[in-house]
Design a protein around this ligand. Structure first.
Ligand code: PLP
Length: 455
């Protein structure tokens, strides 16, 4: 269509570079999610709230590397902290304990009510993977339960609930376990139970049925970073998991440091048993962390694990420890960037004003779409939201099917052409670098896009 043509016209160099990439990289991308039709934009430079592509175009960035860049790009404090680390230690990562690990662990414990001890990883994926192993080692059960459509990384145990054909996903109240990728063994299909998000009665029923086998429930408290769980749902889920001896893992890779500094557990006032973190924690570098109750984290200890393993871990060989390793775990430069980021976020009024700006943008966009009689709502919490073109209440991933994704996509391509960047259909993440001018520019761009698309 017309928007595609305009997009192509503006991104000719991107296309050429993308085609070259395709010769040596399958699909021309290093992560499937980085692709969109007809070709992704190849970026060259970034600064504050902006991205600059290889065709010389400028964009206000709402992707922010899928939410990681909460201070925007190249924040002075983060750059200084990284430079200092490099000047003092070169690129050394020691391969030994160092002070940044303890400083960051203490900071996380101070901010997250459900965290008493921490281990670091290199990504959110590794964090959730390790949280699940820890849960299984702790209570000796061998299945996990996850919610339909919740993302915890791209590995076999959790990539099991979304299919392009919704019919294949089964009944909304008892979704089926379905592979989201080729190459996943049936073992994982048989050992992962899928739950319906924001439906406590069905969730309870399923959990009760499999309680003897389910080690942990893992969840995104705000699904995909923008669909919040109902408070009552969260309260009941905490209660029933405790009753059934099932651990509760909050995957706060997106929500950590973004709703409030202490994440969803702070907002909901509920302590999970384990928490996974990532994204913002690395200040723009690859990172992850698992935190939680001391009695669970301590089983990772390389000393004395035989005593620490709980008696209920009956399926496990108690002479074995709980293995956790990684060459780059607790990277000093990464943690220096993360500490500088958190330090900025803790300054007076920084989080408040980030959230106020997000709410201002949401309100203005809602008003704008209403004035053009387009059914629209913004769905989100804290500094992340999505634009959903329907009046129907959005409580889970299936509800998104009622939204007009065709119109949204057309508007998104027009926005790309007009200088507002988010991957088509993706959520919007905000940064502290977004100015009122950026926000007003975005609102005007939406109006132009709507006019163009609606004729
Ligand atoms: N968990 C959640 C909730 C996420 O949003 C993501 C990434 O988007 C992950 C886990 C995986 O993190 P990473 O991409 O750092 O491996």
């Amino acid at each position: 269509n017309e928007e595609f043509k305009l997009y192509e016209k503006k991104t000719g160099n991107s296309r050429k570079m993308y085609e070259k990439a395709c010769e040596v990289i399958p699909g021309g991308v290093s992560a499937n999610i980085k692709y969109f039709e007809p070709h992704p934009i190849v970026m060259k430079k970034a600064g504050k709230s902006k991205l600059y592509d290889v065709d010389g175009n400028e964009y206000v960035d709402y992707l922010l590397c899928y939410g990681a860049m909460i201070l925007g790009h190249g924040h002075t404090s983060v750059v200084e902290a990284v430079n200092k680390q490099l000047q003092v230690n070169g690129t050394a990562i020691f391969g030994t304990p160092h002070i940044n690990e303890t400083t960051m662990a203490k900071k996380i414990i101070e901010l997250f009510s459900g965290i008493e001890m921490v281990r670091f990883t290199n990504s959110g994926t590794e964090a959730t993977l390790f949280a699940i192993r820890m849960a299984m080692a702790y209570n000796g059960k061998s299945k996990i339960a996850k919610f339909e459509g919740h993302y915890h990384g791209g590995y076999d145990q959790v990539l099991l609930s979304v299919h392009p054909d919704i019919q294949k996903a089964g009944d909304a109240k008892e979704p089926k376990t379905i592979k989201e990728s080729r190459g996943i063994s049936d073992y994982y299909v048989n050992n992962t139970v899928i739950l319906p998000f924001n439906d406590i009665e069905s969730t309870k029923k399923i959990l009760k049925k499999h309680a003897d086998d389910i080690s942990a429930v893992i969840m995104e408290p705000v699904q995909s970073g923008f669909i919040p769980a109902d408070l009552e749902f969260m309260q009941e889920l905490r209660k029933v998991t405790e009753e059934l001896d099932i651990l509760l893992i909050y995957d706060e890779v997106k929500t950590g440091f973004r709703l409030t500094l202490g994440g969803a557990q702070d907002i909901y006032g509920i302590k999970p048993d384990l928490t996974s973190l990532g994204k913002v924690l690395g200040g723009g570098f690859p990172v992850g962390a698992v935190g939680g109750k001391k009695e669970i984290l301590e089983i990772v200890s390389p000393t004395g694990y035989g005593d620490i393993l709980t008696p209920s871990a009956s399926n496990d060989d108690k002479s074995l420890g709980l293995f956790h390793s990684g060459t780059y775990n607790g990277h000093p430069t990464v943690l220096a960037a993360g500490l500088a980021t958190i330090n900025e976020l803790e300054k007076d009024n920084v989080m408040n004003s980030l959230i106020e700006n997000t709410n201002y943008l949401r309100e203005k966009l809602e008003g704008l779409y209403k004035s053009y009689n387009i059914p629209m709502q913004t769905v989100g919490m804290g500094s992340i939201f999505n634009i959903v073109l329907t009046d129907k209440k959005i409580k889970n991933y299936r509800d998104m099917n009622s939204a007009d994704s065709k119109l949204r996509k057309e508007i998104d391509y027009a926005l790309l052409e007009l200088g507002v960047y988010s991957k088509p259909l993706n959520r919007y993440s905000m940064s502290t670098a977004h100015t009122i001018d950026d926000i007003n520019f975005t609102i005007n761009a939406h109006e132009k896009a709507i006019k163009r698309v609606m004729g």
